[in-house]
Every structure is written in C-alpha cells, then in structure tokens.
Write a protein that binds this ligand. Structure first.
Ligand code: FES
Ligand SMILES: [Fe+2]
Length: 396
C-alpha cells in the first residue's frame, strides 16, 4: 500500500496498454455463457458472513442465478459451516423457501424426506422400498470456506485452490478488517438492467466522480487532487487493490449534514473495542465481482451477482462490530448507509444508460484511459479465463 504524504503523489499506475476493448463482452449472451462456465461456475464467490450463522442450526438460503442454483448454508452441531444445494435428493424438490432461520432438520414437503443440518438423510417414509442406502442420499455439498468473517462458496466440485490461495496477497489485509470481527451489518440489495462488468466497473474508477457526484463526491476533491483519484492502484492477478486518497481539506468541503453525520460517525463508530486497522484506506477488489473498503467507520462491501448478460443484482453491506449501543451509534450507522444509497442512486441511471447504448450493437469497441486501469484489468482477467476455458474444452 502507498504511504500518503501531504500533497497528491499517486503511485505509478500499472501500464496495461491502451488497446480498445470489445463491446460485445458487455451484452452478448454467448460471451456471458462462456463467462459463466469459465469463471462463475469454478471460482470462489461471496455468499454471506459468519454473523448470519451465530449458532448451531442457523442457516441462510442464497440464490445464485449464474449457477441456476439455490444453496442452503448452515452451521452444524459441530460448529462447522457447510453449503448444500437446496434440493431434496428424492425427486429434486427445493427444500425450503425461507431465506434464513434456525433448524436442526430440513423436511421436504413433498414426501417428507428429512435431512440434518449436516446434509445427511435422517429419515424417509417407506425408505426400505427404495433399495438405497441413506448415506448415498445426502444433500449435494458445495465447497464452502470462510476468511475474514466472509463465507465464500465454489461450484467447482474440486476447487483447484483453497480460498486463501485464491485470495493470494489480499488474504492478509482482509483478515484485519472490521468485517473479520463483525457481529452485524446494514444492507441493501438492488437489481439493475446492466451487465455485471459494466455495473462493477462503475465502482472501480473515479473518472466519473466530478460529473456524476459533483456534490456527494465533494469531500474527495481538493486543489491538490481535483478529481479525487486514488493514491495507488495495484494489480494482483486476478484481483486488484487501491489506496483511497485522504483529502486533508475534506472537512471544509462537506455540507453541515455531512459534517454532523461523519462527526458523530467518527466518534460513535471508532469508539470501543474496534481493533487496530492498518487498512483503513484500502480497497480490495476480489475477482470476479466483489469489493470491500477497509475503512473502520465504513467497512463497505459490494457484490455484483450476474443474473443474465444484461441483468445483475448488487448486494451492498456495511459491517459493524457490536449492536448499536447508543443513539449516536445508531444515528451514525443509519447515516453511513443513507450516504451510500445517495451516492449509489446517482450511479444507477448512467450505468443502465450505458447498457442500453452497448446493447444496440452500435459500437465495436469501448475505451479505458489509464485512470480506468482497474476496469481494463477486470476485462483482461475475464478474457484470459475465457480463453483458457476454450482451449481446455477444445472450443477454439
Ligand atoms: S421430492 Fe422430496 S421427498 Fe419426494
Ligand atoms: Fe459513482
């Protein structure tokens, strides 16, 4: 990470050249299908946080349209967190519609096959008439690992890397963030008519800040760094990091409401047993479509779930340690989420307008400047994975 001094002295930006990027990658159904096979069905992907499974029997259900799958993620009696397909092994009925809860068993409503929260089949009416062994009828497992409090799943039946191996140099920093100790979070979920990369790229570049966020982005602008560019941008194939620039003049740029909110936020959120966090200005972008800010007062994460070539779902969370203990903490947390929503609402229309423009097929290519190097890197990592998959499958 770049150590920031007084003025704006950005670290050298990695040079990935300036080749135009094929526009089709952002709307074409055939390309999307290749991404699904080459990336999403074989990579570690965020699915939740350990605080959602506080005790044995706690479970969550998560939908992954890109895998056409519904998963149950549960904490067993032994404390272990496991992921299963939400699919009864008798004739395939989805076991539950509940999004979260606490259960020691899951019974299928169709013919009452009953499974433990470790996925094993416990009982089934007339089971002796099937000529089967119960041990062969467990719910299908999906690889599941935890790092820094975050639960990741992987649809690959035999993942080639452990989660920590996959995270590589990002793993260490991510284990020190407030998220690793979080006990709750604020969340909002949105659907957007846009490709997952177009959606995600919006949050990987500050080129648009001065135009789309002239007021809400003000706190990052100053004479030294008028466009709020990052202090550093680094590539760690297939991931990326940034160091967010700290504006020494930010207080003078804020509205009275922002001053009040951030003032209370700083006092309320930084008080107490929040651990030392050397990654306060770090931005971790985990391939393919998750990123998190390290900020103690705003440990913000955003996951973009592809739904189709031109539709995505975003899940935005801000992780907190301990319940709201004072009205000030409550206010600060609500305020932080409200600011996040405000800024995001400014982005949505322009992302969707981009999708409509691209989907018209009018453009062969799009372009990234050097300050959009993280967007270029994402495309390059995607194209590399697709290319490798095609070679592996004999599709070239
Ligand atoms: S389909 Fe689940 S018990 Fe028959
Ligand atoms: Fe934005």
């Amino acid at each position: 990470m770049n150590v920031q001094t007084s003025g704006f002295e950005p670290a050298p930006i990695p040079d990935l050249g300036n080749a135009p990027i094929p526009a089709k990658a952002y709307y074409d159904p055939e390309w999307f299908e290749l991404e699904r096979q080459a990336i999403f069905l074989r990579t570690w992907f965020p699915a939740g946080h350990v605080c959602e499974l506080p005790e044995p029997g706690s479970f969550i259900r998560r939908e992954f349209e890109f895998a056409r799958a519904s998963l149950l993620i549960s904490r067993g009696k032994d404390g272990e967190i496991r992921a299963f397909h939400n699919v009864c092994t008798h004739r395939g009925t989805q076991l539950t519609d509940e999004t979260e809860g606490k259960r020691n068993t899951f019974s299928c409503r169709y013919h009452m096959w009953t499974f433990g929260n470790d996925g094993n089949l416990l009982s089934a009416p007339d089971f002796e008439k099937f000529g089967l062994e119960k041990k062969d009828c467990a719910l299908p497992r999906v690889a599941c690992e935890v790092h820094g409090g975050l639960i990741f799943i992987n649809f690959d039946k035999a993942p080639k890397q452990s989660l920590v191996e996959f995270l590589g140099p990002l793993a260490e920093g991510m284990s020190h963030l407030p998220c690793a100790h979080a006990t709750n979070f604020s969340e909002y979920v949105y659907e957007i008519d846009a490709n997952w990369k177009l959606t995600y790229d919006n949050f990987q570049e500050n080129y648009h800040l001065r135009f789309i966020h002239p007021n809400t982005g003000k706190a990052t602008f100053s004479a030294a760094n008028p466009f709020g560019y990052p202090a550093a941008q680094e590539l760690h194939d297939p991931h990326r990091t940034q160091t967010i620039w700290t504006n020494p003049d930010s207080a003078s740029q804020m509205t009275a409401t922002q001053m009040l909110g951030f003032g209370m936020g700083a006092k309320a959120l930084l008080r107490g047993d929040v651990p030392e966090n050397p990654f306060n200005r770090a931005y971790f972008a985990v391939f393919p479509s998750f990123f998190m800010l390290g900020s103690t007062g705003n440990n913000f994460s955003h996951t973009v779930y592809p739904i189709g070539p031109e539709k995505s779902r975003g899940v935005i969370r801000i992780y907190w340690i301990n319940d709201d203990q004072t009205p000030g903490t409550r206010y600060a947390r609500e305020f932080t989420l409200a600011v996040t929503r405000d800024v995001h609402s400014e982005d949505v229309a322009v992302i969707q307008a981009g999708q409509r423009g691209l989907a018209s097929g009018a453009l062969e290519h799009i372009y990234f400047q050097e300050q959009e190097v993280l967007c270029r890197h994402l495309y390059m990592m995607v194209a590399k994975a697709v290319e490798e998959y095609k070679v592996e499958q004999g599709l070239t």
